[in-house]
Design a protein around this ligand. Structure first.
Ligand code: ATP
Ligand code: MG
Length: 723
């Protein structure tokens, strides 16, 4: 047996982890130190050397994309396909369990998965039905409450309000929500986990079966598991099956969603004889990038404490660009990208623009489109979350399963067919009163005299359309089914008629959905025994949390910092580094949250292999109207100034007319003027050549005797004026 391909590409510490025995193992290590690589090689090692059957492996990753990548990497190491191995996300694997054991789990066979948007709609309706005012009970927060309880393993029946009025209403909503899910056979994301955990806990036989089956459990990004995921892993593991977990406390960025860093600390307590491995060499980034990351994260307290080093080159300095506004910021980034690509330094795929909030992508998209830079946005309005795609899938769902109330609600009047709010209110009333589905209620009501003739007629036509769809698609393959549905439902015609750009992109997206269905890969253990349509619908529901449906060629990658976890890029832009944006305004009030923001920044920085560029905008338009004046993020001030170089490509942008005005203001604030001699703690003596910006975003260009000319942010530079 040749183990060279498995062991050769590893350093000693990695090799020790990969070849460790059957004891529980925890690899705690910093970004880019090869944790994911260790996990992949561990799987290969188990299969090849320890002769563990792939059927006995359970590997959990954080996204579907990561799962697909991991599988591909294992297969390329082993040089053959590995069937039978369960690699997936917590949600994907839970879903598979519930599909297999739907009866024991107390579900119906064709239960449907609610993604977060479906869930929000349902909660909205429940709030209305309960007669609550949704300005006082915002549906998003009620959803958050329900999900958080489920993540703690708490069903509504176990909650008590203890005389608290707010709690009483929230519990009422939770109770009604659970009833509604029960009635419609719906399962939300948090429910997938909770119910599969309950399934294992309540069914000794099923549990015994899976403990017998999964001899090895491997987990990536362990620092971001929440309480229920931790319990879920522990249940699978039992006393026999070792868990092999890799993680980094400095990259825990889902505290707001219930993730617990403590899980890393508890691991050794919960699993006796845990072997702990530490990896310290970073293989991803240049020395400069790594030093910036290290000094930033040093500002957090209570870390497990590790130091990363690299024997790579120092590399390019990290760049910082202060933009005048968000447009200027996007143009600067576009210009840099073009230069890199034209110089042949990298493919566009290897370039990422990372931002704190999804809304920031829009300006970049506009600029990239106008400059002909191909790009892909992860997150935000993800492919499967676009309204037209959801509509099409809702038709497909309802055609397959008339009891699917959320889908019924969604498309009953899309495209418009004269079934108004009043008609639907009647239908809902009947459904609730008789405890039947909307479909059945619509059938009943349409034969009664509860509706005006026109409304009854419209409803009847809708029911007929759906019955016809169901018939028509029976013998078609998946792509043809979707193609037929988007035509026959009138969706395509509806969007095609509008004739503006937005509508055009909707038409393209619908076409893309057919293409996606055609390329849909059923060959995944997690979809075993499922009909292609069902598998596709599940895929769409789970995927509506991450990537886009289609893979495009060579595109710049736009995504939130959260979505960038685990990935790496040659060139990384972290944009919008402003107080109030990143770190967010909310985090400024809570030290714990601020530290999480800092970890998020650390995650962003450590994505970069060769070049890292920060940008911030002095003024930024948010929510369309007002401009905000922001000071640069405190995170910039926490990085070593000698490693961060300010860049000002003046040729690209005209100096704004108020430049001189600002300069004079600036001089008033600080007393420092062009021509003054100043002293800097690190760079020594220098002369001020230029200054711009005001207040906390004021900058000076100083020509230092020893270090040459540099732009410094005045608020952080601590310059002393020399007489
Ligand atoms: P993150 O914390 O960001 O998830 P990670 O610890 O999982 O990072 P990997 O993604 O596994 O790190 O590895 C980072 C990069 O370093 C990858 O490109 C990987 O191929 C490379 N790498 C890891 N170990 C080695 C090694 N021993 N020799 C050469 N390259 C390595
Ligand atoms: Mg990783």
């Amino acid at each position: 047996m040749d183990v060279t391909p498995i062991l050769d590409p590893l350093n000693d510490a990695q090799r020790a982890a990969v070849t460790s025995g059957n004891a529980p193992a925890l690899v705690v290590a910093g970004a880019g130190s090869g944790k994911t690589r260790v996990l992949v090689h561990r799987i290969a090692w188990l299969c090849e050397v320890e002769s563990v059957s792939p059927f006995s492996l359970l590997a959990v990753t954080f996204t579907n994309k990561a799962a697909a990548e991991m599988r591909a990497r294992v297969e390329s190491l082993l040089n053959h396909a590995v069937g039978g191995m369960w690699i997936g996300t917590f949600h994907g694997i839970s879903h598979r369990l519930l599909r297999t054991h739907w009866q024991e789990a107390g579900l119906r066979e064709n239960f449907q998965v609610l993604d977060s948007d479906d869930q929000l709609r349902l909660v909205k309706r429940i709030i209305q039905d309960l007669g609550l005012d949704d300005s006082k009970w915002p549906p998003k927060q009620v959803c958050g409450y329900i999900n958080a309880r489920k993540e703690e393993g708490l069903r509504s029946g176990r909650l008590q309000d203890q005389g608290d009025r707010t709690a009483r209403q929230l519990i009422r909503a939770y109770v009604a929500y659970e009833q509604e899910c029960e009635r419609t056979g719906s399962v939300d994301f948090a429910e997938l986990l909770l119910r599969s955990l309950e399934l294992l806990q309540k069914n000794a036989e099923i549990l015994a079966h899976y403990r017998e089956k999964f001899r090895h459990i491997l987990v990536d990004e362990f620092q971001d598991t929440n309480a229920i995921q931790y319990a879920w892993l522990k249940t699978f593991a039992g006393k026999e099956n070792p868990v092999f977990a890799v993680g980094d406390d400095d990259q825990s960025i889902y505290g707001w969603r219930g993730a617990r860093i403590e899980n890393l600390q508890n691991f050794e307590r919960d699993y006796k004889n845990t072997q702990v491995f530490r990896l310290e060499q970073n293989y991803r980034s240049t020395n400069t990038i790594l030093s910036v990351a290290n000094s930033l994260i040093d500002n957090n307290r209570g870390r497990m404490g590790k130091r990363l080093w690299t024997d790579g080159a120092a590399g390019e300095p990290v760049h910082l660009y202060a933009a005048f506004n968000e447009q200027d910021e996007a143009r600067f980034v576009a210009d840099r990208i073009k230069r890199w690509v034209e110089a042949g330094k990298t493919r566009r795929d290897d370039i990422a623009v990372l931002y704190r909030s999804n809304a920031q992508s829009r300006v970049f998209e506009e600029v990239f489109i106008s400059q002909g830079i191909p790009y892909r946005v992860y997150g935000g309005l993800r492919f499967f979350e676009r309204a037209e795609i959801r509509d099409a899938l809702a038709y497909l769902r309802l055609a397959k399963n008339p009891d699917d109330d959320p889908s019924f609600e969604r498309i009953v009047n899309v495209p418009p067919r004269g079934i108004g709010q009043r008609t639907m209110a009647r239908v809902r009333e009947v459904a609730v009163r008789s405890r039947i589905t909307l479909w059945k209620a619509a059938e009943n009501i349409q034969q009664s005299d509860l509706l005006a003739a026109r409304a009854a007629n419209a409803l009847q036509q809708f029911l007929q359309l759906m019955r016809a769809l169901e018939q028509d698609i029976q013998d078609l393959d998946l792509a043809a089914q979707i193609d037929h549905i988007i035509q026959a439902s009138g969706l395509m015609r509806h969007h095609g008629r509008e004739g503006n750009e937005k509508a055009e992109s909707r038409v393209e997206n619908l076409q893309e959905l057919v293409v996606t269905a055609r390329g849909f890969d059923l060959d995944n253990e997690l979809y075993a025994d499922m009909q292609p349509v069902d598998a596709f619908l599940v895929h769409a529901a789970l995927e509506a949390g991450e990537g886009q449906g289609a893979q495009w060629d060579d595109c710049v990658q736009l995504m939130t910092l959260h979505a960038a976890k685990g990935l790496e890029f040659v060139l990384v832009f972290i944009v919008g580094l402003e107080e109030g944006l990143f770190p967010t305004g909310m985090s400024l009030e809570e030290p714990g949250r601020l530290e999480e923001e800092r970890r998020l920044c650390y995650v962003g920085i450590t994505r970069a292999c060769q070049q890292l560029v920060f940008t911030y905008a002095e003024s930024r338009r948010r929510y369309g109207t007002d401009s905000y004046y922001n000071s640069p993020s405190r995170f910039i001030g926490e990085m070593p100034p000698e490693l961060v170089t300010e860049v000002r490509p003046r040729a690209m942008i005209a100096t704004p007319v108020h430049h001189n005005l600002k300069t004079s203001l600036f001089a008033q604030d600080t007393g420092i003027r062009v021509g003054d001699s100043v002293m800097h703690a690190k760079f020594g003596k220098g002369v001020v050549l230029d200054c711009e910006g005001a207040g906390t975003s004021a900058r000076v260009q100083v020509n230092f005797e020893q270090k040459g000319s540099k732009w410094l942010v005045l608020a952080y530079a601590n310059l002393a004026k020399l007489a």
